[in-house]
Every structure is written in structure tokens, then in C-alpha cells.
Design a protein around this ligand. Structure first.
Ligand code: SF4
Ligand code: SF4
Length: 174
């Protein structure tokens, strides 16, 4: 048999804890106001935080050397996505060396939890989490990213190359 330990009379009275918390807040406020210990704040949007290279921001679909989409529509990213926010429609590629490609690839960014599982699951470096993190928009539809947004948005300047290039791999006989 297990017993739940009941809090003592003083511990069950919340006023000391509330006063102690308020004291800390007021102390921090005066330290900040008097410049003794300024709070680490940024004057956004004039000042912006620089995230590290491993930061997992907005998704990028990488491209091949000819600019076409690198994704082979293998569905591993969609299968591993815990938020179920990736939707891919696959089609046969006209190049017999390429089995499939996505005719549509969508990410519902409002459902995404930016966990990076899609990036880790991809066998051909076709999807990455990039450094961009600002996703302003007024309508739901603006957060349903399609191939144009994911691979060819203006910030990507024509597309980001995949580290896995099948032609080079074929030439090297790997
Ligand atoms: S970052 Fe996570 S939640 Fe977002 S699309 Fe990738 S796997 Fe899904
Ligand atoms: S992005 Fe990568 S894991 Fe996802 S379908 Fe394309 S090739 Fe497969």
C-alpha cells in the first residue's frame, strides 16, 4: 500500500511563495530599470537574434544540378512526421534512372512542430531545415507551403543544391 505525503500546514499556505516570487520580479525590474543587471532583450525588429547553423527553421527542398527537385517521393519524411503535416503526391519520372518524383509536396507549417525528423529521415538530403524562422501571414493558405515555396522561394536564390548527386555517385561507381 502506498501513501501520498500530505504537505505541511505552512507548505499548503501559498502566500509565502507568492510573496517570494513577487519579490524576485520586483528585484529584477529595479535591476533592469537602474541598469544594474539589464535584461537580455533585443529591440526587434531593428535587432535580430543570430541563430546557430544547426537551428531548425523553415524547410527547404533541395534541387539537383539542373535545378529540378531532388526529392524521390519515397515518403520517408511523411511517414516519420509526428505531426502528419507532410502530403506528397508521387509520379513516375520520365528518366528511367529516377524512379519517382513528387508532382506535389506540401507542408502544413501551422501543424509542424519543427522537430527535424523529416530532415533526418531523408536518404538523399532532399529536405533540410534552414535558418529562416519568420513566417508571417494573414491567411491559413499562406502556411501551406508547396514546392514553389519550399524549393524556389526568393530567399533561396534559385534553389539549394542537395549534397547527394546521383550523377556524381554513378560516375564514382558508389
Ligand atoms: S519538422 Fe517535424 S513536424 Fe515538421 S514537417 Fe518535419 S517531421 Fe513533420
Ligand atoms: S524529401 Fe526525402 S524523405 Fe521525403 S519523400 Fe523526398 S526523398 Fe523521401
Amino acid at each position: 500500500m502506498s501513501f501520498v505525503k500530505r504537505p505541511g500546514a505552512v507548505a499548503s499556505w501559498y502566500l509565502p511563495g507568492i510573496l517570494s516570487g513577487l519579490g524576485l520580479t520586483i528585484k529584477g525590474m529595479f535591476q533592469n530599470l537602474l541598469g544594474i543587471k539589464p535584461m537580455p532583450t533585443l529591440n526587434y525588429p531593428e535587432e535580430r537574434y543570430e541563430y546557430g547553423p544547426r537551428f531548425k527553421g523553415n524547410h527547404i527542398l533541395t534541387v539537383r544540378k539542373d535545378g529540378s527537385i531532388r526529392c524521390t517521393a519515397c515518403m520517408l519524411c511523411a511517414t516519420n512526421c509526428p505531426a502528419d503535416c507532410i502530403t506528397i503526391t508521387a509520379a513516375e519520372h520520365e528518366d528511367p534512372k529516377v524512379e519517382k518524383y513528387p508532382i506535389s509536396y506540401n507542408i502544413d507549417v501551422l501543424r509542424c512542430v519543427f522537430c527535424g525528423f523529416c530532415e533526418e529521415a531523408c536518404p538523399v538530403d532532399a529536405i533540410r531545415m534552414g535558418p529562416e524562422w519568420m513566417t508571417p501571414g494573414m491567411a491559413d493558405s499562406q502556411f501551406d507551403y508547396d514546392i514553389t515555396q519550399l524549393a524556389y522561394r526568393a530567399n533561396l536564390k534559385g534553389g539549394v543544391s542537395s549534397r547527394v548527386d546521383d550523377e556524381e555517385r554513378d560516375r564514382a561507381g558508389i
